[in-house]
Write a protein that binds this ligand. Sequence first.
Ligand code: NCD
Length: 327
Amino acid sequence: MAPAAPFSYPHRHLLGIVGLSAEVIDELLQLSEGYVEQNRQLDKKQATLRGRTQINLFFESSTRTRTSFELAGKRLGADVINMSVEGSAIKKGETLIDTAMTLNAMHPDVLVVRHPESGAVNLLAQKVDCAVINAGDGSHEHPTQALLDALTIRRRKRSLEGLIVAICGDVRHSRVARSNIHLLNTMGAQTRVVAPPTLLPPNIDRLGVSVFHDMYEGLAGADIVMMLRLQTERMYSAYFPSLREYFRYYGLDRDKLAAAKPDALVMHPGPMNRGVEIDTELADDIDRSVIREQVEMGVAVRMACLEILAGRFDNTASGEQLAGAAK
Ligand code: NCD
């Protein structure tokens, strides 16, 4: 069953968590809940986005996020096209904006964009007529990841308010961390970051988090332990002595997890470096780890975002914004 009463989303795009109110986040999560149920049925398809075109434009490699957006669009009945940089004119020297303008001329209703540069998706959004969803830009934002993490937590712990969430590891290069910090703070959680000083961005304290350099201290009493991947593709110098030493001090194992609450949940956005940021057996422990659930929630959250963004605009020549819920 499709979720009932859609709400009026007050933005044209979804570029980040910054700027979203607690009410909007809450409504998006509620809408996603309905899709979790739908995705567990034999028949997972509906016609909400029939006739709409979704283009997934990925300038950076991705397996789970691209597949998740593709599945989400198809389950809503949209026509989904995947464009990855390998097969594109970018290799022939076409710029980001040229590509956007070319795709724009084909009248898509929504572009889902991932790009290695922070800010590139915002720039592209200014140049096109359709809605744009940021599927991750550099180390800036990854809003649908934060929403799926919030949905996963909320379904297990009922509310985000007052929860202690420890985000651990390579915060410096992580768009997942940034989007999560904004969302968790907006929803009233107490957010901590735990990392060596080299893997924290400058001015991290301005984001409203408490900072720890020791895992045992940072995890003490935590409800949620969110691990991050070491993003070596964004590292241009040495940030830690060796992977072995990193795991010893910052890798999540049962010993460090024992500092958190006994029912603390373990999360990771994937892809995981097993044995580097997380002990492989702990990652697979279904009593503690909700990593697979995060992937499941990802499809539901993206369906909600696509419904809201691709279903509400009429970008034909004569079109205006459709009247939100009256659609
Ligand atoms: C994250 C990303 O790409 O930012 N992964 C994802 O979306 N599944 C995190 C990461 O790559 O480490």
